[in-house]
Ligand binder design. Sequence first.
Ligand code: NI
Length: 184
Amino acid sequence: MSDILGSKPAVFNVAQMGNPVLRIPAEPVTAEEVGDKSTTFLIDSMIATMREHSGAGLAAPQVHVSKQIVVIEAHSNPRYQNKEDIPLTVLLNPKITKFSEELEEGWEGCLSLKGLWGKVKRSTAVTVQALTLDGRDIEIKAEGFFAIVLQHEIDHLYGKLFVDRMDDISSLSFTDEHNRYSAD
Ligand code: NI
């Protein structure tokens, strides 16, 4: 294989709602794929793409790759002001093993539903089992914004979008109107 890309990540085009890749279940990452060159390039490029678009997370199907990989990060994110920071987290084959019974409704957006925001009810805490970049088993117990982002991103791996989770579609808003009338 040639090395025209070197080690530099790429910024990918983000698949938008209506693209079938967002609606099919993603395949698990295999043991052979963990840590290999193309998986590393994909993950580095997902991180670059998430940062370029000020996302708090990104799932591989959003960059047209139907694989169970999510990246999450938030540092003073302009799309999510007043939310706590989340350190860069890369998860392969993540599964939510526990959902809190307690639910909370909050505003969500998605890089695949550009310019749209809606209110979604989610568990306030979750436990997630996954593999790290280098194939180690980890368990994460998350609450608050991190728990919400984990649920949103892992939904992408099952072909689910936040609009599917809305109890009441009437809160669906465009960014300008959302910022003007309903941002929390
Ligand atoms: Ni999303």
